[in-house]
Write a protein that binds this ligand. Structure first.
Ligand SMILES: NC(=O)C1=CN([C@@H]2O[C@H](COP(=O)(O)OP(=O)(O)OC[C@H]3O[C@@H](n4cnc5c(N)ncnc54)[C@H](OP(=O)(O)O)[C@@H]3O)[C@@H](O)[C@H]2O)C=CC1
Ligand SMILES: O=C1O[C@H](COP(=O)(O)O)[C@@H](O)[C@H](O)[C@H]1O
Length: 461
């Protein structure tokens, strides 16, 4: 998608939670850096004057950034305008047409049930010429619904002009994976079944779902974060090197990984629900929705055959941390090594959040001739500079017509295929107490392999 720069940004759903917490603060940052160059038109159903909308935007930004600069916001506010209207109403699009210049980017921060209708209304109003449409997740709720949505969008839009937003793909340490892996011989040479015994990916959150009960109860952890964030992350961790620098080259390698992952059997998917979840407003009585999930996956290709991949994600866990952990094989236990059975396997940890960081865990012999862990740690910020927020990065890329960091339809379809049996035939969710690492059945899943490792957390400041 080279040679395309948005002439206007239209945000559907500008009064919503995502816009307040992520989109407007990201626009503020782009304005601050001098990287925002087009008008921004927000829409939602609420009837707001321009002044009321500007005030709403100012409050959102002030809340989200800790160095609010009124001069930067004044510049941003001169770009902002607001149109109220029901997204299904053709009149909204007629009003929009009179505000638009060339090459619009439409950003749909709307309930997903509206995605196809909004795109169809834009098409009917003749507003999709040389346009791009960015959609927030979720893209479908299973394989069939994702196919249906894809079919409707393909009727009116070139698939290359649809950007599927997965904010994990905009996280700096996630974008860094392909460079770290393939620009460093030491890592490149260790990254396969000859060296790795298991991979663990953990996305732990200590928050509950209060305030989002109605949304979350229809979704659950598999759809909320595994189908998108964690499988996208896994593809970057496991793929072979792209053969060129184009988006197509990258996607080809990621797609090979998705295609090599067999659908996950319900027996390899442990579901949990934290005690107290059913009391959250909006949660259905007797709900079987999982607030925790642990999965065992395989990648049937030459690089990874025989290496189990464990993913887990959950709410109300003891800490918030997302990490990728490679656990390596033991070296031969030669006789010159004292007490060699006590030497722990090496581990490599890439912490995605909080405070992106990298750890190599080795073993060394201390002065009392006891084996001790030796941890080689660094943070991304220390060595690579302060990261941008994912939404800042993704919005800037979308405005510049760069689709490298977006998900795409074939990958989405594959990820729904991988999860299909686990979603279609869910085992009962098992209770776990808030503040614990999920149901004990998750430990059975790793039986015979290295146990789940507690995530590496930043040292308290
Ligand atoms: N919130 C988050 O952290 C995240 C959200 N997402 C996704 O982003 C999208 C938006 O989520 P979120 O902001 O939380 O949702 P909210 O419910 O907070 O906001 C929805 C927005 O859409 C507008 N809207 C709803 N229905 C209509 C309609 N019929 N016509 C016109 N406007 C409408 C609302 O405006 P009004 O109230 O005026 O009708 C509001 O501005 C969803 O797809 C969600 O899955 C993805 C990742 C994280
Ligand atoms: O998409 C989502 O992600 C958040 C976690 O994102 P993070 O960037 O804070 O790690 C999760 O809490 C939410 O349930 C989910 O919808």
């Amino acid at each position: 998608m080279a040679d395309w720069n948005a002439g206007a940004l239209v945000i559907f759903g500008i009064t919503g939670d995502l816009a307040a917490k992520m989109t407007l603060p990201a626009l503020y940052r782009l304005e601050q850096r001098g990287e925002l160059h087009c008008p921004v038109i927000g829409t939602a159903t609420a009837s707001l004057s321009r002044a009321e909308f500007t005030e709403l935007a100012r409050r959102s930004v002030e809340k989200a950034v800790d160095d609010f600069d009124p001069a930067v916001f004044a510049r941003l506010s001169r770009r902002l305008s607001y149109l109220s209207g029901e997204a299904t109403d053709p009149e909204l699009y007629q009003a929009l047409a009179s505000h638009l210049t060339a090459r619009p980017l439409y950003y749909l921060a709307l309930p997903p049930s509206l995605f196809a209708t909004v795109a169809e209304r834009l098409a009917a109003a003749g507003l999709l010429t040389d346009a791009r449409v960015a959609l927030e997740k979720p893209f479908g709720s299973d394989l069939a619904s994702a196919r249906e949505l894809r079919g409707r969008l393909n009727e009116i839009l070139d698939e290359q002009h649809v950007l599927l937003v997965d904010h994990f793909l905009g996280k700096e340490p996630v974008t860094e994976i392909e460079y770290l892996r393939f620009a460093n011989h030491v890592l490149a040479e260790l990254w396969d079944r000859d060296s790795v015994t298991a991979i663990q990916i953990t996305m732990a959150e200590n928050l509950d779902v209060a305030g989002r009960g109605r949304f979350y109860d229809q979704v659950g952890a598999l759809r909320d974060v595994v189908q998108n964030h964690l499988l996208q992350l896994l593809a970057l961790v496991a793929m072979d090197a792209p053969v060129g620098s184009s988006v197509a080259d990258l996607r080809a390698k990621k797609l090979e990984i998705f295609r090599a992952i067999p659908a996950v059997e319900p027996a390899d998917c442990v579901r949990g629900q934290y005690e107290g979840y059913q009391g959250v407003p909006g949660v259905a009585p007797g709900s079987n929705t999982e607030t925790y999930v642990a999965l065992k996956l395989a990648i049937d290709n030459w690089r990874w055959a025989g290496v189990p991949i464990f993913l887990r994600a959950g709410k109300c866990l003891p800490a918030s941390a997302t990490e990728v952990r490679l656990i390596f094989k033991h070296t031969p236990r030669l006789r010159f090594l004292p007490d060699a059975a006590q030497v722990e396997a090496n581990q490599l940890v890439l912490r995605i959040s909080p405070d992106p960081a990298f750890r190599l865990r080795l073993s060394g012999l201390d002065s009392a001739r006891q084996w001790r862990p030796v941890r080689l740690d660094t943070t991304f910020e220390r060595d690579l500079g302060a990261p941008r927020s994912p939404y800042e990065r993704l919005l800037a890329d979308a405005l510049a017509g760069d689709d490298r960091l977006f998900a795409w339809q074939d990958a989405v379809a594959e990820s729904w295929r991988i999860l299909r049996p686990a979603l279609a035939y869910p085992r009962p969710a098992r209770w776990y107490a808030p503040g614990t690492w999920g149901p004990s059945a998750a430990d059975d899943l790793v039986d015979g392999y290295p146990a789940w490792q507690p995530p590496w957390l930043p040292a308290p400041r």
